[in-house]
Ligand binder design. Sequence first.
Ligand SMILES: Nc1nc2c(c(=O)[nH]1)N[C@H]1C(S)=C(S)[C@@H](COP(=O)(O)O)O[C@H]1N2
Ligand SMILES: [Mo]
Length: 219
Amino acid sequence: MQKKYTLLIITTCLTILIGSFLWIRYFENKNDQLNSSEVKDYQGQDLSSISDFRENSIKGPQYINKEDYVLTITSSAKGNITYTYDDVLTKHKNYEKVVNLHCVEGWSVTILWKGILVNDLINESGVDADTKIVIFRAIDGYTTSLPLDFIIENDIIIAHKMNNVTLSPERGFPFQLVAESKWGYKWIKWITQIELSNDESFRGFYESRGFSNDADVDE
Ligand SMILES: Nc1nc2c(c(=O)[nH]1)N[C@H]1C(S)=C(S)[C@@H](COP(=O)(O)O)O[C@H]1N2
Ligand SMILES: [Mo]
């Protein structure tokens, strides 16, 4: 009789223990999901949703494997410097800002962007005195450029998160240029190379097809 009771007590205790462990795990996962889900507003400002973008990239979405990814910074001072995805994120200060993206096709989004200053990256590669423009290249063959002065004066970042969520392949994983106050075609996605150049006659993909190289949006 005594033995039976002891067994009952032990199994009851074990059930309660395992049960609460599972509950805790369940709520932890729920919290993780909440933390990583999209934010809807930032400091009182309404944000658009990630799903408000229209996907019309020249070759469709690109699927870059984080483990294989390399970002190359090219300058005449130091040649090629390469970074892994984690190098870029963890070895540099992260910044956040709310910026509007306007496509020439007539749609816009307001997004909270998080990323690294382009200036921080290129300073490590040594900026030559004759550098005038910064050329960006992407895995789909897309290209664009911005003046170096513009990048420095406006704290231009390459983003790895929008609305607190890591960029999806469709949205440009691993990095999209946040070319604030410039038309959407300057916001290059899937960036693989950043090159310091003195070639002011360089024109990117759309810029060489008749779109303005300044690409200023008058909001
Ligand atoms: N690599 C790459 N980046 C790109 C493009 C592209 O075709 N390839 N399209 C540009 C254009 S025209 C716009 S408006 C923005 C946002 O486009 P999305 O909605 O397709 O992300 O991405 C820009 N970045
Ligand atoms: Mo666009």
